[in-house]
Design a protein around this ligand. Structure first.
Ligand SMILES: O=C(O)CCC(=O)C(=O)O
Ligand SMILES: [Fe+2]
Length: 458
């Protein structure tokens, strides 16, 4: 027995001498050190995400690209970081509790918000005809912001695909690839993962031409991928079927929609008549005692339909309290937020509560975009904090005036706050002029000054 145990010891010495366990231990320690480094860097990212900016009560994001980055950081990046963190510390109950409670707090911003802001950015890009290059470099509007990263461009590309904006998507795809080259070792995505997303997005949205294009590129890079070869075959087949099918519905914008977009871009061709010789501005009191002392500055925008802007009708202080107190009744447009062409009247002319007129208060300035666009007129009224726009939706004979159709242009930079006051038929039976002629379509007939204006033309 002694012999055998000495023999065992001998083995042990042998083993220790062989130095086999030392590299293993060293490796284990390095592994733990790397893990700790990773935890530290994840913790740093998390700290930065919930950093300075949000704790500052004055913090807001003004520029759409800043808003995009903020939302992206607080949805995707936060989720990735916390998931990674959980993987690293899942053995420690205490740590798990901390991370899980962090995760619970951040359900306010999600992937849908990210998609939403990207849709907004695309809306801005398309309506205002901005180049992908300028946008990706943070150059639009008067402010310059941090350029976008390859991964950020990629996210925009994916949403552009989902929105079926293929040309725009392709531009963002190229931009992401260029940026990846620039970023070198900081790159977070590979061209292959970009291509795969592009291909999947086009296939799922039914753009088989694009899908064939992307899958061909993937197969060229990865000739051994059976999956991608299969997808390429399927896309080709679908493309054939599509090309041979009779109804290929392509959405083309109609004239009015084109005119709306041109209006938002500042190109407003006049269609209804000659450019008025002069701007019609005056002080209006409307016979009201209070307004006799302090008349309102009025600007005539159009006679038919009758549209006027009243300047400086509300003070900033009043506006702020309305924005706060009547939140549910005021509209606050987000970035890229728009309201497409519509009418404020109801088509059924027998509706008792039909809206004779709209009085819309602007409760903020908007740095870029956000005009109220009347494509038939055509005129665009730009928001100015404290001013209001007024127009008649109905003719004096209570029929609807389709020339009053209007919409809100996308907000490119800034924040748009409005409040609508609709003047209804119901309740105004004794105030609304009652035309003797059932076909009466002119409001200006009832207004002394406007009658003179209309005689001068337009
Ligand atoms: O946002 C705008 O300028 C127009 C809004 C509008 O037309 C409405 O709220 O009915
Ligand atoms: Fe409206």
């Amino acid at each position: 027995e002694l012999y055998s145990s000495v023999g065992k010891l001998h083995d042990v010495f042998q083993q220790l001498r062989a130095d086999e366990s030392r590299p293993l231990l060293k490796h284990l320690i390095t592994q733990q050190e790397n893990r700790l480094d990773k935890i530290k860097s994840l913790a740093k990212t998390l700290r930065e995400l919930s950093g300075q900016e949000i704790r500052d009560p004055e913090f807001t994001v003004h520029h759409p690209l800043d808003a995009f980055r903020f939302i992206r950081n607080h949805s995707i990046i936060f989720n990735i970081t916390t998931t990674e963190m959980l993987k690293e510390i899942h053995l420690y109950k205490q740590g798990r509790i901390v991370i899980e409670s962090l995760l619970k707090n951040i359900t306010i911003i999600g992937v849908d918000d990210l998609k939403g802001i990207i849709r907004g950015i695309l809306e801005i890009q398309i309506t205002y005809d901005l180049t992908t290059k300028d946008m990706a470099n943070g150059k639009f509007g008067s402010l310059k912001v941090e350029p976008l990263s390859a991964a950020e461009c990629q996210d925009i590309m994916v949403v552009a695909y989902l929105e079926k904006r293929y040309d725009t998507a392709k531009e963002w795809f190229n931009m992401a690839v260029n940026k990846m080259d620039e970023e070198g070792d900081r790159m977070t995505t590979t061209p292959l993962s970009l291509l795969t997303r592009a291909a999947e997005a086009s296939a799922t949205t039914g753009n088989y031409l694009e899908a064939v294009h992307w899958y061909s590129e993937i197969v060229a890079i990865e000739p051994n991928s059976r999956y991608h070869k299969y997808k390429l075959r399927v896309s080709k087949k679908m493309l054939d079927e599509y090309n041979n099918s009779p109804n290929q519905d392509q959405k083309t914008l109609n004239d009015l929609e084109n005119r709306f977009i041109e209006g938002c871009q500042g190109k407003v061709p006049r269609l209804l008549g000659p450019v008025p010789k002069r701007l019609y501005c005056d002080f209006d009191d409307n016979g009201h005692a209070f307004l006799l002392i302090q008349p309102v500055r009025r600007e005539l925008i159009s006679l038919d339909p009758y549209i006027v802007v009243y300047h400086n009708v509300l003070s900033k202080k009043t506006i702020m309290s309305i924005r706060e107190d009547f939140k549910p009744r005021v509209t606050n447009y987000g970035i890229g937020g728009q309201y497409f062409i519509h009418a404020d009247y109801f088509d059924d002319m027998h509706q008792l509560d039909n809206r004779i007129a709209t009085f819309m208060l602007y409760m903020s300035d908007v740095e870029m975009g956000g005009g109220t666009n009347f494509p038939y007129v055509p005129e665009v009224v730009y928001p100015q904090m404290g001013s209001a726009v007024f127009w008649y939706n109905l003719y004096p004979n209570n029929t609807s005036n389709q020339l009053t159709k209007h919409g809100g242009c996308p907000v490119a930079i800034g924040d748009k706050w409005i409040a609508n006051i609709w003047i209804r038929l119901n309740g105004n039976e004794f105030t609304k002029p009652c035309p003797l002629d059932a076909n009466e379509k002119s409001w200006t007939k009832y207004m002394k000054r406007e009658r003179e204006w209309s005689k001068r033309g337009r």
